[in-house]
Design a protein around this ligand. Structure first.
Ligand code: ZN
Length: 458
């Protein structure tokens, strides 16, 4: 049991259920008669056996009995594209061709603010119903659309690290920015939103990737990032062989793809590199030394046939990494599906369910330098958690919660998806609740409208 010394003042809410919580990639706390005590400010006040905590918290507190369900930390998606939620499931090409065919046209539509607002509302509802309580997000090049995305995230209670895409070459005309405007607008958005609501929203400077950036943009972005301490830098790195070849031809003076970013001052603590498949030992050493984070996107790597993340070499080098959906490069938002794919994509290596769940929770928080606030259920951390009912999914044994920790984790990792999520809480606020006992999710109001949007694209 871990509990603060604060006396119960009657303002907390106690959630009763089966607590499973990662301590590290191999160790878990598994408390079948568990209790999670959440303060009115959305912080975790105590976690432990209800039999130990009930004396202190049974009087005056609101008690929410979740029944035979799991209480787990919220899922973290380390790399995802907001505008691409409309393009999920569209494939049939390699990275660069797919960008041209589906992604750039979808992103160009974000010039229209009302379209951008609708999609952003849909996107944050989708995250919530998938149990994702923090996402690291690319928007588009559009300042107003990005501002709207922050505004909607703020209203809905979402937690995000997000930034406007920066792109000043090698894209369709309507997606190419003036370099200075791109920098200015990014800085304005960072000034406005970074640290909003006690750090629930954070800013990431977001150059798309080396292919769509001039030297000037990368260099100036590096300076801007360094001048805004606490912000993030989020980009793609070494996703496909074709892309790596292209970057080598474009930047002959750089030793490697990572070196392009390093020379621009974009590699450091709070830089997040999505994919990072084709890395040599020197790259890994630089990443370890500079304490940056990798976002491993297995479902996307499967879907676009990009390659296999060198998980054993990354771990040996001591580089911090977590998992990411990379929607719509990945065809699903569910981090359970992403965990499963992280195992499946490795032809030789078995990754345990313990490690997979850790990588989508505490491991990601750690890589993002947020482990002191997020990623697990401990007193003093933010109350970002999910209530999971594995039995909502067909094929799950009804007595699954009587099984060993490994079997419970294995079940949710290998057969889990959004249908297992009963409810999602961010900083103690409920952002999703499943209402239909037959397993149908609550449909966000905006969705009817949005289906029209999606239909119109056919
Ligand atoms: Zn991506």
């Amino acid at each position: 049991m871990s509990g603060s010394s604060n006396n119960n003042d009657g303002s907390a809410t106690v959630y009763l259920g089966h607590v499973i919580d990662p301590v590290d990639e191999g160790n878990y706390r598994d408390i079948p008669d568990g209790a999670l005590v959440v303060s009115k400010t959305g912080k975790i006040e105590a976690v432990g056996k209800w039999s130990d905590l009930c004396k202190q918290y049974s009087t005056g507190c609101e008690i929410v009995d979740c029944g035979r369900k799991l209480i787990m930390p919220g899922l973290i998606d380390m790399h995802i594209h907001l505008p691409q939620v409309t393009q999920i499931g569209k494939s049939g090409d390699t990275l660069l061709g797919w960008l041209e065919k589906y992604i750039f046209p979808a992103e160009a539509r974000f010039k229209d603010l009302s379209h951008a607002e609708k999609i952003a509302a849909w996107f944050f509802d989708e995250l919530a119903c998938n149990g994702t309580t923090l996402a690291v997000i690319f928007t588009t090049i559009h300042k107003e659309a990005t501002d709207a995305a922050f505004r909607i995230a703020a209203q809905k209670g979402a937690r995000a690290i997000m930034g406007k895409v920066m792109m000043d070459k090698n894209a369709p005309g309507d997606l190419i920015e003036n370099t200075q405007n791109s920098l200015n607008e990014s800085e304005e958005l960072a000034n406005k939103w970074h640290g909003h609501d006690g750090g629930r929203l954070l800013y990431a400077f977001t150059p798309r990737f080396a292919v769509t950036a001039t030297d000037e943009l990368l260099d100036q972005c590096g300076k801007l990032w360094q001048n805004n301490p606490g912000t993030y830098m989020h980009t793609h790195l070494s996703e496909s062989a074709e892309e790596v070849k292209k970057v080598a031809a474009m930047f002959p003076q750089s030793r490697s793809y990572l070196d392009v970013y390093d020379r621009a001052g974009l590699v450091g603590s709070r830089s997040v590199f999505a994919h990072s498949i084709y890395l040599d030992e020197e790259d890994l050493q630089v990443m370890h030394k500079k304490n940056c984070a990798l976002a491993h996107c297995p479902s996307s790597n499967f879907f676009l046939k990009s390659g296999i993340f060198p998980i054993d070499r990354v771990k040996r080098a001591g580089v911090e990494f977590g998992l990411a959906s990379d929607v719509a490069g990945g065809p699903q938002m569910s981090m359970f599906g992403v965990m499963k794919d992280a195992n499946f994509i490795q032809p030789q290596i078995w990754i345990s369910p313990r490690e997979l769940f850790y990588r989508a929770t505490r491991g990601s928080a750690r890589a993002l330098k947020l482990e002191d606030q997020l990623g697990s259920l401990e007193a003093g951390k933010e109350a970002d958690f999910i209530i999971v009912d594995p039995t909502l999914k067909n094929a799950c044994p009804k007595d699954i919660l009587e099984h060993e920790t490994d079997e419970i984790l294995s079940t949710i990792v290998f057969i889990g998806d959004d249908r297992m999520i009963d409810s999602t809480y961010i900083r103690g606020r409920q952002v999703f609740k499943r209402q239909d006992v037959n397993g149908k999710a609550t449909k966000p109001q905006e969705e009817t409208e949005l289906h029209k949007v999606r239909g119109g694209k056919k």
